[in-house]
Design a protein around this ligand. Structure first.
Ligand SMILES: [Zn+2]
Length: 288
């Protein structure tokens, strides 16, 4: 009896050590997550939430950088910098329809410089999807390795009828020979759970979001457009048809996000939620 208690105790300690070990491995000391802005969009709220009618609803365009001991990772790239001086010329009618505002300070090099990062320092670029406000500056990173769903590459290059309006060929016309880690599923980028890319088709055919695990902050989810607004997630409301390539896929993505929020206590960083974005620390401040 005594012996079995001792064996049980040893097993428990071993189990605890294993758990502690994997938690520590998932959140390497020294990782820092930065939040950046790429201007704003102003439109009727109905563009972001099916059935909403509020006019002049302004949303941020966020993107993120993770300084990880094994490399610097960018998540999304914001609006193309050419829209700073020529929004209507580059975005066409969408610039007015979405009230695009980009200032010189929103330029991606200027944003990254706030934390001492040059585009050439970026090792990996994860694209949540390839819409104009997320893949806009991907060609500023010709030496990085991109992490993108193959379905999204196809959707951006030759979109399905009705779904081409938010892809601008100029954003990626020179990117064909880039190094691209093409995914048809999830990816544990550094093999330690500290940065996971989760396939979540719904908003677009190859949408994906990222899970970042930090030593002090805990788990953060970067949604890209897997979900536009906190209210959409809380009330389970998807956007209208043009931003919901697959309603069922979006709902499934929402389930994944809510599970991370509830089971793991994850903070969700929505790319376009005005309140959540306002409350988020901006670079050069960071989460660690
Ligand atoms: Zn989008």
């Amino acid at each position: 009896m005594l012996r079995s208690v001792r064996v049980l105790g040893t097993l428990l300690v071993a189990a605890l050590l294993l758990t502690a070990g994997s938690a520590a491995a998932a959140a390497p000391a020294g990782s820092k997550l930065y939040v950046f802005t790429s201007g704003s969009l102003t439109a009727n709220k109905g563009a972001f939430q099916q059935g909403a009618t509020q006019d002049n609803f302004t949303v941020p365009v966020g993107f993120y950088l993770l300084k990880h001991p094994r490399g610097t990772v960018l998540f999304d790239t914001g609006n193309n910098d050419r829209t700073i001086s020529d929004a209507a010329g580059y975005w066409g009618p969408l610039a007015k329809a979405f009230g695009l505002k980009m200032t010189a300070d929103d330029a991606i090099d200027t944003q990254l410089a706030k934390v001492g990062v040059k585009p050439s320092d970026v090792r990996f670029v994860i694209l949540g999807h390839m819409h104009l406000d997320h893949a806009g500056n991907m060609q500023k990173f010709p030496n990085a390795t991109f992490i993108v769903q193959t379905d999204e590459l196809h959707a951006a290059g030759w979109p399905e009828p009705g779904y081409k309006i938010f892809y601008i060929p100029g954003d990626f016309s020179e990117a064909r020979n880039y190094n691209i880690r093409r995914l048809a599923g999830n990816l544990d980028v550094f093999g330690d759970g500290s940065l996971e890319v989760i396939r979540s088709p719904g908003h677009t055919p190859g949408s994906q979001f990222a899970i970042v695990r930090l030593a002090k902050t805990g788990t953060v989810v970067l949604t890209s457009d897997a979900c536009y607004l906190k209210e959409n997630l809380d009330k389970n409301i998807i956007p209208g048809t043009g931003a919901s390539w697959s309603p069922a896929g979006l709902y499934e993505g929402y389930d994944k996000l809510r599970f991370l929020r509830d089971a793991e206590g994850a903070s969700i960083f929505f790319a376009h939620d005005p309140e959540v974005f306002k409350a988020t620390k901006k670079a050069p401040e960071y989460y660690e």
